[in-house]
Design a protein around this ligand. Sequence first.
Ligand SMILES: Nc1ncnc2c1ncn2[C@@H]1O[C@H](COP(=O)(O)OP(=O)(O)OP(=O)(O)O)[C@@H](O)[C@H]1O
Length: 283
Amino acid sequence: MKIQAQNLTFKYPGESTPTLKDINLTIEPGESLAIVGYNGSGKTTLLKVLIGLYDHGGRLLVNDVPTQYFYDGQLHRRTTACFQEYSKHFLSLRDNVALGRTTSDKAGDSRIVEALSRAEGKSILEKVDLDTVLNPHGVGSEALSEELQQEQDEMNKRMGSNVKSLSLGQWQKVSLARGFVASEQADLVVFDEPSASLDPSAEKALFSKIRSLSAKRDAGDDKEIGSTTTIYISHRFSTVRNADKIAVVENGTVLEHGSHDNLMERNGRYRELFEISREGYVD
Ligand SMILES: Nc1ncnc2c1ncn2[C@@H]1O[C@H](COP(=O)(O)OP(=O)(O)OP(=O)(O)O)[C@@H](O)[C@H]1O
């Protein structure tokens, strides 16, 4: 999917000043774009506007067509988004990953295992199986409200001992696996800080899987296929540098964009942020 933002602006309802202004950006089909910048600079808002979640000023074009010419839901069906606030369901591991998108047979289960593996979460299967019901409220039952405690007691009664809790990082991998299953039908896949709860080795492998979603394939005459575009927000420059394009967002606008090499050569904010992050790894 090709995405073009032309003089894009956006203001949250009730706010006096726009959160995004003069955004001009083109992401070609099959490209990966990393969005970087300080906290509160507008990265998540930009991601949400680019995938059509918010009404905006200026123009947003998808495959050269202004988004208002698509019918309701048409673009959303082609988009998969993994946001920081992911959902956890009191459902089996299978249903948490697939949400009904896979068939209930061996082929369906192997898609789920494959998605868990791409999300660096295959080891979760050493602790629970696909039928295990996951408890979204965590281990600390003493911290649960009376209502949640009742819900948990009820589930435990119904499911016997087959209810298990996961760590934060394991839940994040379940939510990423959900994104990978959904991405099979998507032309645009977006991730908002997908590795926040992951350890460095899982993180490195995850980003290479995310970028491989974007690998350009020969689409032949069919412009619709072979062109999954990925956009991700990350503060980890070791992974950001491998994106095809990087956009530096500051005060609600794109300050610089280009490849890692272009931006390093430009010697501007990207280079400054990259060097600060590198210093963080040097003793
Ligand atoms: N729903 C909202 N209503 C009003 N203002 C909002 C809303 N969501 C975010 N903002 C404001 O918009 C600005 C940009 O927020 P955004 O979440 O896009 O930043 P970000 O760059 O993704 O930050 P971070 O790196 O901390 O996740 C911030 O000043 C924030 O307070």
